[in-house]
Design a protein around this ligand. Structure first.
Ligand SMILES: [Mn+2]
Length: 341
C-alpha cells in the first residue's frame, strides 16, 4: 500500500456509524451547529484515549468553524506530544465561558479534580464516555461501555458530522484505541475497533512507528520500578491469586510516580494458573491501601471492589480500604478467595 503523506487528504474509512448511536450523535451535531465555541476536558492524569480523543475532537470542531480550547486538570504525558496540536492543551482554567463543554472519558465529575467547580458553571455539557458506571451531570450523554475507547466515539461523531478525517485525526484516534485496549489485548478490542485501526493503516497511519513512540520509549527508572514490583510479587497457596505490593519508598528509590505503575498489575494477572492479579499500594500520609484488581477468569473483581466501596467491572476494579497494610491485604485476599476458591 502506498503511503499517503498528504496530511490534508481525507481518509475514506468505509465505515458506518452504529445504528444505536445515530440519535445521540445527531443531537450533538445540532448542538455544534448552533455553537461558536467549545471547551474540551477529561479526567485528571489523562491517558492516550483522553488526550487523543480530545485532540481529534478539537480538530473536527475547528473544521466546523468553532473556536476550541482543551483544558486538562493535570499535565498531559509528554509521550503523546507527537499528536498534532498537543502543545495547545492548557492546564490552567482560563476562559471556559464557551457555548459547549465536552467532557471526555470521565465517569465522575470528581475526576476532573480542580476543574470540577468550573465545569459546573459552563453552559451546555456533553458527556462522552465508555465507563461502565457514569455519574456525570450533563445535558447530552453519549456513553457506550461497549466501545473500545472515547476516541472511537469521537470518530462516530465525526462520521455523523461528515467531517474530514485526515491523518492527524486518524493518528489521535488510533492512539486512543491502541492504548485503551492495552495494545488490542483486552475485551474492549472489538471487531469494530480493529476495523477502524485497519482502515487507518490502509490510509497511511504507521502502526509500528506509533507503537514504538508509545511503548518503545521506556525510561530506565520505570524498569527499575517494575523490577521492584516483581520482587514484591507473592502467590497464594492455591496459585490462583498473585499480588504485588507497592510502598512510597519504592517510588522514591526509583524516582518514579504513581503514574508509572500503569500496567504493572498485568505481570501478576498474566501468570500461568493465576485468575486474579492484585496491586496493593500504600498511600502516603493515610492509613489506607489502594487495591487494584484484574481478572482473566470467572472471578468478578468489580464485585470484590464494590464490597469495599470501590467499583469496576467483571475483569477490572479498584477500591481504597482503610487500615493497616498487612491487615488490608489479608482482608482483601479473603474476599477474592470467595471467587477463586
Ligand atoms: Mn478511555
Amino acid at each position: 500500500m502506498k503511503k499517503n503523506n498528504n496530511k490534508k487528504e481525507k481518509i475514506k474509512l468505509g465505515l458506518k456509524i452504529p445504528k444505536s448511536d445515530r440519535k445521540v450523535t445527531s443531537l450533538i451535531k445540532k448542538a455544534v451547529e448552533n455553537a461558536r465555541s467549545a471547551t474540551i476536558s477529561f479526567h485528571a492524569r489523562p491517558d492516550g484515549d483522553a488526550v487523543g480523543g480530545a485532540l481529534a475532537l478539537k480538530r473536527i470542531l475547528e473544521q466546523k468553524g468553532l473556536s476550541v480550547n482543551i483544558i486538562s486538570p493535570s499535565p498531559p504525558p509528554e509521550v503523546y506530544s507527537y499528536m498534532e496540536d498537543f502543545k495547545s492543551i492548557k492546564t490552567q482554567s482560563g476562559n471556559i465561558k464557551t457555548d459547549l463543554c465536552f467532557i471526555l472519558d470521565c465517569s465522575d465529575s470528581h475526576r476532573l479534580e480542580s476543574l470540577s467547580p468550573i465545569i459546573k458553571n459552563s453552559s451546555k455539557i456533553i458527556n462522552i464516555d465508555h465507563h461502565q458506571l457514569n455519574r456525570m451531570n450533563a445535558d447530552i450523554h453519549y456513553v457506550r461501555p461497549e466501545s473500545s475507547s472515547v476516541s472511537e466515539l469521537v470518530l462516530n461523531l465525526a462520521l455523523k458530522m461528515k467531517a474530514d478525517i485526515d491523518r492527524p485525526v486518524a493518528v489521535c484516534i488510533y492512539t486512543g484505541i491502541l492504548t485503551d485496549t492495552n495494545r488490542f489485548q483486552e475485551k474492549n478490542a472489538t471487531a469494530r475497533s480493529l476495523r477502524i485501526a485497519s482502515a487507518f493503516i490502509d490510509n497511511g497511519v504507521d502502526p509500528v512507528e506509533l507503537f514504538s513512540r508509545i511503548y518503545g520509549n521506556l525510561p530506565v527508572n520505570r524498569l527499575k520500578l517494575i523490577s521492584e514490583c516483581i520482587s514484591s510479587l507473592k502467590i497464594t497457596p492455591s496459585g490462583k491469586i498473585a499480588y504485588i505490593t507497592v510502598t512510597p519508598e519504592m517510588l522514591e528509590r526509583t524516582g518514579t510516580t504513581t503514574e508509572n505503575l500503569e500496567g504493572i498489575i498485568n505481570y501478576a494477572r498474566n501468570l500461568q494458573g493465576v485468575e486474579v492479579g492484585i496491586l496493593f499500594r500504600k498511600i502516603l500520609g493515610l492509613n489506607g491501601v489502594k487495591a487494584s484488581f484484574r481478572s482473566k477468569g470467572k472471578a468478578d473483581v468489580g464485585a470484590v471492589a464494590s464490597a469495599f466501596g470501590g467499583g469496576g467491572h467483571h475483569n477490572a476494579g479498584g477500591c481504597l480500604v482503610e487500615g493497616d497494610f498487612e491487615w488490608v491485604i489479608e482482608k482483601v485476599l479473603r474476599e477474592v478467595k470467595k471467587w477463586t476458591g
